[in-house]
Design a protein around this ligand. Structure first.
Ligand code: DX5
Ligand code: ZN
Length: 232
């Protein structure tokens, strides 16, 4: 069984969350096992609908397969879809532990957060780079995690948008100890230190991990600790 309170009561911070979007889908189970063995804390599933974002990726069936293959893994689902409420029950039944949806598509985010919790998952609210911070502020206390996008979502491998760090700097002091601040998009060895300094404590990366020759080195670099092999 997964660690259900990993978001609200993490054993250590920051956490590193590989986005499986850049994994080899033909080898997905092994790719995920390799990430977790390399020190990753959770797996991030980027769900795209071809409407809210211009790409199609994965759905509940893939989540269910991962849950079966990796019973202990924490599965963090990021919904980049127009009607996230339609997918709360399917992902909960598929074994997801955490469910994030976007402020841009939901009129009453706290009400949907309650539905997510009733389904047995923690709830996250995401904000795209062009969306003003003020849009999300009234809802922050109702969520377990706030996700600040650092690229316009749709594809892995895009350039980090440093201007979004103003949002995380402003959000960080408003969060309780049981709330997480996640950043997603363009994180790599060059950009991640600024994210950690700006208060981000769940660091998502697709290409910086799956494109690296050594996953353990990439995870350690994102976390900001020395490479495990370099420790005495
Ligand atoms: C936005 C997705 C991200 C993204 C991360 O498109 O939510 O998870 O794919 O990819 P990298 O780390 O390659 O920018
Ligand atoms: Zn994501």
């Amino acid at each position: 069984m997964a660690i259900r309170n990993l978001i609200t009561h993490p054993p250590a911070l920051p956490m590193v969350a590989p986005s499986i979007l850049s994994a080899d889908f033909a080898e997905l189970g092994d790719e995920c096992r390799a990430c977790l063995a390399a020190g990753a804390d959770l797996l991030h599933l980027d769900v795209m609908d071809g409407h809210f974002v211009p790409n199609l990726t994965m759905g509940p069936a893939l989540c269910r397969s991962l849950r079966r293959a990796l019973p202990e893994a924490f599965l963090d689902v990021h919904l980049m879809v127009e009607r996230p409420g339609d997918f709360i029950a399917p992902f909960a039944e598929a074994g997801a532990d955490h469910f994030t949806f976007h402020v841009e598509v939901e009129a009453d985010p706290p009400a949907l957060a309650e539905v997510v919790r009733q389904a047995g998952m923690t709830a996250g609210l995401a904000i795209n780079p062009p969306t003003p911070l003020e849009t999300i502020l009234p809802f922050v206390e109702a969520f377990d995690l706030i996700l600040v996008m650092s690229v316009n979502p749709g594809f892995a491998g895009q350039k980090f948008m440093g201007e979004v760090l103003d949002k995380t700097r402003a959000l960080h002091p408003k969060l309780r100890a049981d709330q997480r601040l996640q950043m997603d998009g363009g994180l790599n060895a060059q950009t991640v230190a600024a994210c950690r300094e700006a208060g981000c404590d769940v660091l998502v990366a697709a290409s910086a991990i799956f494109g690296a020759p050594d996953y353990a080195h990439a995870v350690a670099e994102l976390r900001g600790v020395p490479h495990p092999a370099a420790r005495s």
